[in-house]
Design a protein around this ligand. Structure first.
Ligand code: GDP
Ligand code: MG
Length: 302
């Protein structure tokens, strides 16, 4: 679990504020939100910089992942005092590519928090979706994560979604700008969200940049309701019946079919290696096959 230090002399105080399952208004830090406060979800794949963003914004320590290990094992909420009368509660969410939990568990965790908070009249003011500009193409887990994000979000909240690119210090500006254009101009990537009113920002990993992004969302009076919240609470659907639940099943099926095919090809290559008495190649193929077996099992176990 993420830990946070709370120096007493800070004006911009941040604290971990988790929602109690039974009573989402009861914050673990003892802080009760005021009507002027705002809730902002921070989403994106593991390693996109969610925890760093929250920590940079609030200047307090949030456990940051290294080697793409998923440190955010469940939904965590951090409070950042924008002013004496307004606090932004930043919700750190796990990505749909977590090494420690299946995508089904991740959706369950996110749904649990969003559903329980919505029931308790805690409304979101916006969503920050982070994406590494270092990712060469929108594929694999980045693509899957974005598709599922779109499904859980729905169209109505898109005006309060900021698509934020991170890791600008790791790419030449020109190359990053080219990727950014591709993201915005490709309909299946960010294009459709931008058309529906989402905005795009570069985050340069500074406090000013993070706070600017939060300010844009916290400056609005009105709140948003995601499709997932509406479907779970207002329409009383089970998670499997929501757009995100259905979308997840479809993504898992695609993954399963692809991996089963790749596993079959590796097994064929392993047979060739065995016939040719190539022990080294056989061992590499065996390890690769076992890796696919584990990935398939993770999808099947849900
Ligand atoms: N160079 C660079 N590294 C970053 C930036 N943002 C995050 N990181 C690093 O990327 C890794 C993953 O970040 P983290 O915040 O844990 O991502 P999360 O999994 O989305 O919460 C960590 O090692 C961070 O220190 C950035 O803008 N530039
Ligand atoms: Mg994290």
């Amino acid at each position: 679990m993420s830990q946070i230090s709370r120096p007493s002399s800070r004006q911009s105080e941040t604290s971990k504020a988790g929602v109690d399952d039974q009573n989402p208004m009861s914050f673990r830090s003892g802080r009760v939100p005021r009507s002027s406060d705002v809730f902002i979800a921070v989403m994106g794949v593991t390693g996109s910089g969610k925890s760093s963003f929250i920590s940079t914004c609030s200047k307090e320590e949030v456990k940051i992942g290294h080697n793409l290990d998923a440190c955010t094992t469940a939904v965590d909420v951090y409070a950042y005092d924008i002013s004496s009368s307004k606090t932004a509660f930043l919700i750190d969410t796990p990505g749909f590519d977590d090494t420690n939990r299946s995508d089904t568990e991740v959706l369950r965790e996110i749904a649990k928090w969003l559903g329980a908070s919505y029931k308790s009249k805690i409304k979101l003011h916006g969503i920050i979706y982070l994406h590494r500009i270092t990712d060469i193409r929108m594929q694999g887990s980045a693509k899957k994560n974005f598709i599922l994000f779109g499904q859980l979000c729905g169209e109505e909240p898109l005006k309060r979604v900021i698509l934020v690119t991170t890791m600008w210090d790791k790419v030449p500006e020109e190359e990053g700008a080219k990727r950014e254009r591709e993201l915005i101009e490709t309909r299946d990537f960010w294009g459709w969200m931008v058309q529906k009113g989402s905005s795009c920002r570069r985050h340069n990993n500074t406090e000013d940049s993070a706070r600017d992004i939060v300010s844009f969302l916290s400056g609005h009076e009105d709140s948003i309701t995601t499709d997932l919240q509406r479907q779970l609470v207002d329409e009383n659907k089970s998670l499997d019946e929501t757009a995100a639940g259905i979308g997840l099943q479809s993504e898992l099926l695609k993954e399963k079919t692809k991996w089963a095919q790749e596993k079959k090809e590796i097994e064929e290559q392993m047979q060739v290696a065995i016939q040719e008495h190539n022990r080294e190649a056989e061992e590499i193929m065996r390890e690769e096959r076992d890796r696919y077996t584990r990935m398939l099992k993770k999808v099947e176990d849900g």
